[in-house]
Design a protein around this ligand. Structure first.
Ligand code: ADP
Ligand code: MG
Length: 471
């Protein structure tokens, strides 16, 4: 009995025939260590971190037994302390449970009783150990290079990343809605490619930079290449040499630049603007887009040859609504991230709240979820998040899903076609979308909407669009 179990027994001087140590030593196959008092026990615990069970007297005069319990679980959270106290000494039993004891055996110790309690403690210790290991490994690995996902599509993605990163060459084209983790995956690919990770990961957002500026950003220029070029500028292509170039929103690149980029990809060589000297580079291009590049190729706005050059390895990043089971894992990651150092931290969500989150369709994908958790961590007071703490949209959405038939019938019959209401509703959705895409950066959102910042702020305020976030 109790093979492979390590038990530390702390009992003040006992005669051989009432010693728990002597009894267990004789009756079990456990590895048993013995201390006469708590200080000695701590010494032993410091030297042996394999001890699973601590069986200690309470030491009522100075309560050092209590401190021992506290310290031992502090050191090793999967250790299970058992305290020996006379039955009926309720106050001390409660105190020792508060200190971290899991079980209590009555004094004087009954041999049969101690064996029963030990059996339970050993079972419990195993469970505790397993679950702590699981959490520890979750924290340690932090997903796959920081990418969280247990769902089938994410596991497939990890495999693809594995095979991409075992070669230093090969361009990657990633397609996915905004907020699905395209940039995160691009960085992971860079960091996990041993030949490249020592060099630069250079991101370029093709949608955010105007066309002519994008060319000089990528290629760089010689002094005097054009008016205003008063010194040499190294292009991002060159910065990315031996590393990776991340071309975000590649679908927005204009045809002229597309053909220049194509040549770079074909020949791994380019000339800065205004220069005749060719520069040789060795880059992996990781391109990303949230638009349908296939369609762009068909209607002629995206070069087919460039498309094939880029998509040596195509990756489809699934939207969050297609992998709802990943939501709890993502929440855990973001809670760890935003709870750090906070008192009154959020520990979890009630099953009902989780269910609402799973019923939502997440147009802003993981970014939207991340924003939600961040805001809850700042604004929410308690440890558990329940439905009422969630923004309105989660409540509405869930009701729709709960009774789809009736709701739909009603809306089609009585649907209002009030022009003003519908336009305001549409505008609101656009604004929320822009806000979610820009991480609620209102200046950026206004830019995206091509709207004056003050107008946007006014609309947000008037329509209470961020009521759930700033309340
Ligand atoms: N699978 C994931 N695991 C952990 N964090 C993620 C995941 N996907 C996205 N994120 C986080 O969500 C945010 C948006 O991701 P990002 O890579 O910028 O998306 P995209 O480029 O597709 O718009 C980032 O903060 C990113 O770290
Ligand atoms: Mg992005």
């Amino acid at each position: 009995m109790f093979k492979n179990t390590s038990i530390l027994i702390v009992e003040p001087g006992q005669t051989a025939d009432n010693s728990v140590f002597a009894f267990l030593k004789e009756q079990t196959k456990a590895r048993i260590l013995q201390a006469k008092e708590p200080a000695e026990a701590l010494d032993i615990l410091n030297k042996n971190n394999g001890i699973q069970i601590l069986l200690t007297d309470f030491f009522p005069t100075d309560k050092t037994g209590l401190q021992l319990i506290q310290k031992s679980v502090g050191k090793n959270p999967s250790l299970v302390p058992i305290v020996c106290l006379p039955f009926g000494d309720r106050r001390h039993i409660a105190e020792s449970f508060q200190a971290g004891a899991f079980f209590h055996v009555g004094k004087p110790v009954e041999q049969q009783e101690i064996l029963e309690v030990l059996k339970n403690a050993v079972e419990y210790q195993k469970l505790l150990h397993q679950s702590l290991n699981r959490t520890a490994s979750l924290r340690r690995s932090d997903g796959f290079a920081g990418i969280i996902g247990e769902s089938r599509p994410m596991k497939n993605l990890f495999q693809t990343i594995d095979s991409i990163t075992s070669h230093e060459h090969g361009n990657v084209l990633m397609v996915g809605e905004s907020g699905t983790g395209k940039e995160l995956v691009a960085k992971a690919i860079h960091n996990m490619t041993p030949e490249r990770s020592r060099y630069n990961f250079v991101p370029v957002n093709c949608a955010a930079i105007p066309e002519d500026l994008l060319e000089s950003e990528l290629f760089g220029y010689e002094k005097g290449a054009f008016t205003g070029a008063n010194r040499f500028k190294k292009g991002r292509l060159q910065h990315a040499d031996k590393g990776s170039l991340f071309l975000d929103e590649i679908g927005d690149m204009k045809p002229g630049l597309q053909s220049k980029l194509l040549r770079v990809l074909q020949e791994q060589v380019f000339e800065p603007i205004g220069s005749v000297k060719s520069i040789q580079i060795d880059i992996r291009v990781i391109a990303a887009t949230n638009c349908d590049l296939d369609a762009a190729v068909k209607n002629g706005t995206f070069r087919e040859d460039l498309y094939y050059r880029l998509s040596v390895v195509p990756i489809n990043l699934p939207p969050l609504r297609e992998r709802l089971d990943d939501i709890p894992h993502l929440i855990n990651k973001f809670l760890l991230m935003y709870n750090r150092g906070r008192q009154n931290a959020i520990l979890d969500f009630t099953p009902q709240a989780l269910q609402r989150l799973k019923a939502y369709d997440w147009p802003g994908n993981v970014r939207e979820l991340q924003n939600l958790i961040q805001r809850l961590c700042i604004l929410h007071g308690g440890n558990r998040v329940d439905v009422e703490a969630l923004p309105e949209k989660f409540k509405e959405n869930n009701e729709l899903k709960a009774e789809p038939a009736r709701d739909q019938a009603e809306t089609t019959e009585n649907e209002s076609l009030d022009f003003h209401d519908l336009t305001v509703d549409f505008e609101n959705r656009l604004i929320l979308q822009a806000l979610s895409r820009t991480d609620w950066n209102k200046k950026e959102a206004a830019k995206l909407l091509n709207m004056k910042r003050t107008t946007l702020l006014e609309k947000i305020k008037k329509r209470n669009l961020d009521q759930n976030y700033t309340a």
